[in-house]
Design a binder for this molecule. Structure first.
Ligand SMILES: [Zn+2]
Length: 277
């Protein structure tokens, strides 16, 4: 797949993205987060919305958000409730009093949005799209930028630097396929992901991601013709060159495929072991 890279961003800087849209990259780089979580500042008809305040425990990131907005924030948008996106919400809300906005059913007990959005809701000049798969409460936000670009904030559903982890039970592979197909039916010019740089002509990568998952599922099905295996053994057979730090994530993806295949009558399990159905 044709993934993108970018140089390490200037920490604490407000980086221009498109007219009316900028980002501050949190200093939480890692094997799952690339150079860090993108916090977007979005000019809306109601004022500046902050999309994904970032991880907990990075006060310098909150200070950067406050510095670049003057503390005047209309909304705190949450794409999904993974800790690297939502962890800083309480601190930012305490500092600004801005209402939080997210999917109507939160994926975690510790976050309930003040403003609850459903699929296809219009909000602050944007359209919310419920896109479960990576997370059950995942929202993408669509808007037309001032230069005419059709923009989709794709968060962790589609990222420019890597595939996404689908880890049950919050992650669901059937939902993930459906949400990729939902994006393919749209005509966005550019995706702005939760990690990594902007992605132009984004549907080429979405198609490649779908193909990648289909091939992965076929490989799992082939492995199951040889007997009954646990998820680790299947992962180990499929991902030979993998960075050791990503093996747990890869095993979660394999489990997500197997649960999809179970529902579709292609795999069955007995205890820890999976076999062809
Ligand atoms: Zn995530």
């Amino acid at each position: 797949m044709a993934f993108l890279t970018e140089p390490e961003p200037e920490r604490g800087a407000n980086l221009p993205v498109l007219p009316g849209i900028s980002r501050i990259v949190a200093n939480n780089p890692g094997p799952m987060t690339y150079l860090g979580t993108n916090t977007y500042l979005i000019e809306t008809p109601d004022g500046v919305a902050v999309l994904d305040p970032g991880p907990e425990g990075h006060p310098e990131h909150i200070e950067a958000i406050l510095r670049h907005t003057g503390g005047q924030i209309a909304y705190i948008l949450v794409s999904h409730t993974h800790h690297d996106h939502v962890g800083a919400v309480p601190a930012l809300q305490e500092a600004t009093g801005a209402p939080t906005v997210g999917f109507r059913v939160s994926g975690i007990d510790t976050f309930v949005p003040d403003i609850k959005l459903d699929h296809d809701a219009a909000f602050a000049g944007m359209q919310a799209l419920h896109t479960p798969g990576h997370a059950s409460d995942h929202l993408c936000f669509a808007l037309t930028a001032k230069n005419g670009d059709k923009v989709l904030f794709s968060a962790d559903h589609v990222m420019s630097w890597s595939t996404s982890i689908v880890s049950p039970p919050g992650g669901d592979m059937r939902d993930y396929f459906a949400s990729l197909n939902l994006l393919l039916a749209r005509e966005d010019d550019v995706y702005l992901p939760g990690h990594g740089p902007a992605l132009r002509e984004p549907r080429d990568l979405v198609r490649a991601m779908l193909t990648h998952r289909v091939i992965r599922e076929q490989a799992i099905a082939r492995k199951l013709t040889g007997g009954a295996f646990d998820t680790y053994t299947i992962m180990d057979a499929l991902y030979s060159q993998l960075n050791p730090r990503l093996r747990k994530a890869a095993e979660r993806n394999v489990l997500a495929h197997l649960l999809k295949m179970e529902i579709e009558g292609k795999a069955s399990r007995e205890g820890e072991l999976w076999r062809a159905a």
